[in-house]
Structures are given as structure tokens and as C-alpha cells.
Design a binder for this molecule. Structure first.
Ligand code: SF4
Length: 324
């Protein structure tokens, strides 16, 4: 297979997020860089895990691109969301970018982080101004942490949870959690109780229980059954209260196209680098934007060389072509 497609733009979408409403995405990294390599990651395996914060892009450029996109969009955006194809807090300029987007646009700003660097005071400080922060709690034990999140070797679950707890006490915005349940990995009754206990300690405004719905990094990853999910949500509700637990078990709805980008293929590439899109939605977008028929739209995707079509369950997705 050829080389991965290079995508330059930092702003993508907007998409209908199942948690945030209409969300305009910001990819503040330059490639898949993360502290974890989760088995279910929709951005693929992490080539080399890192704990080093660094400058990925000119932060003024990132802020200006968000301002420009918001100015040109015809739909109302609920959140500008830092959600790259990796861990957003690895960006040493994140605090500046969050604060400047808030100051110059007045938009609400969300950061979707795995929370693995919140034991660092500088990372907690960078997130304090955000309107909403989402952190990941997929496990309650070291053993399952290593199996599902496959973290950098210097991270331990106790260190990560301690950081998340510190942040939960300092942060005055809206804190939510994401828990991805994977069949045979973190779905034992004992682990679910530990996850529930960790959630109770963190005390999120809302705990989202999720399942893999897009092509995962590892082919064997499967969602638990619907019946199990209902039982899991019941158990977690015993710790948090029913109104704070929300089950998300399907792909979100049709995105509010047109997307941000320099033409339809660039905008699809920006989006599907982070967020694989249902093939149906991708075709509809091209049909509308390029004024062609559905067959022609499929030909454009397949012949561009920039994308791959991947099946997960019964659904086909389009994503930017990757190495390997
Ligand atoms: S799911 Fe998030 S935390 Fe996990 S490897 Fe992918 S980008 Fe990193």
C-alpha cells in the first residue's frame, strides 16, 4: 500500500456530536500522536507513544483558522472542540489556543482528552478555561488499563486517576466522562464495579457509556451485547444516579454539511482523518457539493487515492488512507 494521505488543515467538520451537539473540530496535532494506543481507536494504532508536550503548529495559525471557519459557516456551532487524531494535551500551546478561541470568538470550547497527563499542573492549568472537558475512564484496574488503553510504559492507572481527580476538584466548567466498553476486555462485573467506583470519585456532570461504532485499531474489537449494556448502565447508575449516566450505542446522525475545507475532497479528508464518516454521508456530501450522481461520487472517492472504504459490522465508512 502507498503512503498515508497528508492532510494540512486544522479545522474540520462540523459534525453532529452525540455529546456536544453541532461541534466544529480542531486537530491541533500534526499526526497520530498519543500517550495511549487504545484497542478501539478509530485513528488506528499509535506508531510511537509519547509523554512529551511540544509545539505542533503555530498557535496563532490554529486560532485564526478557527475564527475564519466560524465566520464562514452557515450553521450554528454549539462547541469548538479540540479533538485531534491523538491526545490534545500533548500540544504545549493548548492553553493559549483554548483561551484565545474563547476570547476572540465567544464560542464555547470543549477539549476531548484521555486525561493521562492531568497529573501535570501545566496540563490542568491549560484546561481550566475550557467550557467543557471530557476525560476517559475505560478501566478501574492496572491490568485492564494495559489491555484496553495500552498506555505509554511510564503511565500507571493510579497516576492517571489521581490526575483526573485533582482536575475534577479544580475545574469549574462542565466535566464529562467517556467509558468505552469492549467485549471480553473491560466488561467483567468486577471491572465494571471498579469503573463505577472511579466514576463516583470523579463525579462527572454526565458519564457517557459508549461502544465501538467505527472501524477500530484492532479487528477483533467488538461491542458488548445491548442487553449487557443496559445492565452495565444500571450498575453504573447505582453509583452515580440514573440522570448522570447516558448510553451511546450508535453512530451519530447526518452531519450538517457543508464541511470546512478547500473544496469537497479537502474537507472530507480533514474530517475523516479524525472521524471516519459513514459512506452514505460522504456520498451525499459529494453529490450535493460537486453536483454529481451517487455513482460518480463513489468513483471520485475511490479514484482520488486519498481515502479508503472500510467496513465495521454492517456499515461502510470512509476514512483518509493510512500507512500499512
Ligand atoms: S482513542 Fe484517544 S486516547 Fe485512545 S489511542 Fe486513540 S486518540 Fe489516543
Amino acid at each position: 500500500m502507498g503512503e498515508a494521505t497528508e492532510v494540512r488543515g486544522v479545522v474540520f467538520g462540523p459534525v453532529h456530536s452525540r455529546r456536544l451537539g453541532v461541534s466544529l473540530g480542531v486537530n491541533n496535532l500534526a499526526g497520530k500522536e498519543c500517550t495511549y494506543s487504545c484497542v478501539y481507536c478509530q485513528a488506528g494504532r499509535t506508531p510511537s507513544k509519547s509523554l512529551t508536550r511540544r509545539v505542533f503548529r503555530d498557535p496563532t495559525y490554529v486560532v485564526n483558522e478557527v475564527v475564519r471557519a466560524l465566520h464562514n459557516l452557515s450553521v450554528r456551532v454549539d462547541y469548538v472542540t479540540f479533538v485531534p487524531d491523538g491526545e490534545p494535551t500533548l500540544d504545549a500551546c493548548l492553553g493559549y489556543e483554548v483561551s484565545e478561541v474563547l476570547r476572540s470568538t465567544g464560542a464555547r470550547v470543549a477539549v476531548i482528552t484521555n486525561g493521562s497527563l492531568l497529573w501535570r499542573a501545566d496540563v490542568r492549568e491549560d484546561l481550566l478555561n475550557a467550557s467543557l472537558v471530557s476525560v476517559k475512564i475505560d478501566c478501574g484496574s492496572e491490568e485492564v488499563f494495559r489491555r484496553i488503553n495500552r498506555p505509554h510504559e511510564l503511565l500507571s492507572w493510579s497516576l492517571v486517576l489521581d490526575g483526573i481527580l485533582k482536575f475534577s476538584k479544580e475545574f469549574t466548567g462542565r466535566l464529562i466522562t467517556e467509558t468505552m466498553l469492549v467485549e471480553g476486555v473491560n466488561d467483567s462485573p468486577a471491572e465494571l464495579r471498579k469503573i463505577s467506583e472511579a466514576l463516583r470519585l470523579v463525579g462527572p456532570d454526565k458519564a457517557y457509556i459508549m461502544v465501538p461504532v467505527r472501524p477500530p485499531a484492532e479487528r477483533w474489537v467488538r461491542p458488548p451485547t445491548r442487553e449487557f449494556l443496559r445492565e452495565a448502565a444500571e450498575l453504573i447508575s447505582e453509583y452515580l444516579g440514573r440522570d448522570r449516566v447516558h448510553l451511546l450505542a450508535s453512530v451519530e446522525g447526518r452531519p450538517p454539511a457543508p464541511f470546512v475545507g478547500e473544496g469537497v475532497l479537502d474537507s472530507l479528508a480533514r474530517l475523516t482523518k479524525v472521524h471516519p464518516l459513514k459512506l452514505d454521508y460522504a456520498l451525499e456530501t459529494i453529490v450535493k457539493e460537486a453536483r454529481v450522481g451517487r455513482e460518480e461520487a463513489l468513483k471520485i472517492i475511490l479514484e482520488s487515492g486519498a481515502f479508503e472504504v472500510v467496513r465495521y459490522g454492517d456499515t461502510f465508512f470512509v476514512r483518509v488512507r493510512r500507512d500499512g
